[in-house]
Ligand binder design. Sequence first.
Ligand code: ADP
Length: 192
Amino acid sequence: MNLILIGPPGAGKGTQAKILEEIYGLKQLSTGDMLRAEIAAGTDLGKKAKAIMDAGNLVSDDIMVGMIESRIEQADCAKGVIFDGFPRTVEQAKALDAMLGKKGKPVKAVIEFVADEETLVERLKSRIAQTIAAGQEVRGDDNEETFRKRLGVYRAQTARILPYYEDKGLLKKVDGMMPIDFVSQEIKVMLK
Ligand code: ADP
């Protein structure tokens, strides 16, 4: 089973992806995490991506599609994937459809996390404060200004893929402002 989670930054996709991994034995692929791993490893791709990410913009479709295409071939993806942060553009959505279609393993559901932007900004601020209090490093794109930029990019580019999946009858919505357990319960019910 392949699932796609779509929603603005900070809406709780990563948290739910971890829970769904456990329940269904799927593999979470977070393209944000994959890019941050490239940055940490100091690869050419990581160097290129860092400036784009720190500005709150999107890394190119070619890079992202190539990254996902090779990743889903690996053994740990055999039971299915939870796509978290991908696709983010209509181009990426079409490329993913083609890839999964070839494998005969289409997307079962696309779950949209609906969230209020100002609440997300408040959540971000408390997350930054907690990270600093714990003595950990704050992500390069986790500051209010870049976060607002990412919200705008979500609205302008990523939200455009929602009608694409709606037309295919795959789109389901959850209220990302509800407690974690409530959201996972709703998702479990919709996947039955
Ligand atoms: P969040 O969900 O909090 O916005 P992510 O970790 O998913 O954060 O992504 C962080 C950044 O990584 C994005 O702002 C973007 O620059 C880059 N990125 C991640 N996934 C993609 C993608 N599918 N296409 C283009 N850029 C991406």
